[in-house]
Design a protein around this ligand. Structure first.
Ligand SMILES: [Zn+2]
Length: 300
């Protein structure tokens, strides 16, 4: 490779040697772990399950922020531009990413691609729930399919580890199927009443487990409720049998006060991205379990 490199660059003798040394160094670094930038906790967790020790991951949204209203800092842009691959969900979730990806030109793997989502029409907008529910990690079968896609993409970048990535993706699917069976059994027995959610993020979960559609009070509960929002939320809650609302860590305190003003109603916490769970391959499993816990206690 080194001699190839110098041969191609004869005529630029000295700079060529320096450049070739750089290329050789970069090549040896690449033979080590792949540097993967991931957007949110569940995506990082799946990439860790599939990549094992052959990848290192960085997480863009590691703080309490919502991916829907997150803003990139220069350090994030630098991480994006240096990554071997960026793995994310889609423009309906990480509204801040399409423009940055175009600017850095780093290869990326987008979960929502198979839904035919385009990244062109979203990035001027804060948050978009107008199409299909973009919170794709809420259904375990979709996550198992995505893990297989992650394995193939990592295998393209590091073919020497292809067998490892595929075996890891298979193991992830098998373990996830076992959790899925346990959760299905739990919801089979429950005679669930519908719950209300402050953020319309759970339709894949409820559809997968045959639960009633949640009543979504708003798309983005980080914002202040307008008088119209408040009126519509009250109307929706009045038609509910059970008075339980799932609130999130980023829910605006005004929403919380509004919802708590009726004492017949209980509020229960749910976190769609698992901010408080220890990062790593187990995070995604704990996240699904927690979401199941929240729905089953809220719909009792
Ligand atoms: Zn959302």
């Amino acid at each position: 490779m080194f001699s190839d490199c110098t041969r191609r660059l004869t005529g630029y003798r000295i700079p060529a040697l320096a450049l070739c040394a750089f290329v050789a160094l970069a090549a040896s670094a690449q033979a080590q772990a792949l540097n993967i930038v991931t957007s949110i906790h569940p995506v990082e967790s799946i990439v860790r399950s599939v990549g094992g020790d052959a990848v290192t991951t960085q997480l863009l949204i590691s703080n309490a922020a919502s991916p829907h209203s997150f803003a990139l800092k220069p350090s994030h842009l630098q991480a994006l531009s240096q990554a071997d691959l960026v793995v994310w969900v889609g423009p309906g979730i990480e509204t801040f990413l399409p423009r940055a990806l175009r600017a850095t030109d780093t290869p990326h793997l987008q979960w929502g691609e198979d839904l035919g989502e385009s990244d062109e029409h979203h990035d001027h907008h804060d948050h978009d729930h107008s199409g299909p529910d973009p919170h794709l990690w809420m259904a375990p079968d979709a996550s198992a399919r995505f893990a297989a896609r992650v394995a193939e993409r990592l295998a393209e970048l590091a073919p020497q580890n292809a067998a490892l990535f595929r075996a890891n993706a298979t193991r992830f699917s098998v373990e996830l199927a076992s959790l899925d069976r346990a959760l299905s059994a739990r919801f089979d027995q429950a005679d669930a009443s519908p719950v209300a959610v402050v953020h319309n993020a759970y339709s894949h979960f409820t559809l997968h487990y045959g639960l009633p559609d949640p009543i979504a009070l708003t798309d983005l509960a980080e914002e202040l409720p307008s008088a119209r929002d408040a009126r519509r939320a009250k109307q929706a809650l009045d038609t509910l049998d059970a008075g339980c609302v799932l609130i999130e860590p980023t829910t605006n305190p005004r929403w919380l006060r509004l919802l708590a003003s009726d004492e017949t109603r209980s509020l229960r916490r749910i976190d769609p991205i698992g901010r408080d769970i220890a990062r790593g391959p187990d995070l995604y499993f704990t996240l699904l379990n927690n979401v199941a816990d929240a729905f089953s206690t809220c719909s009792d």
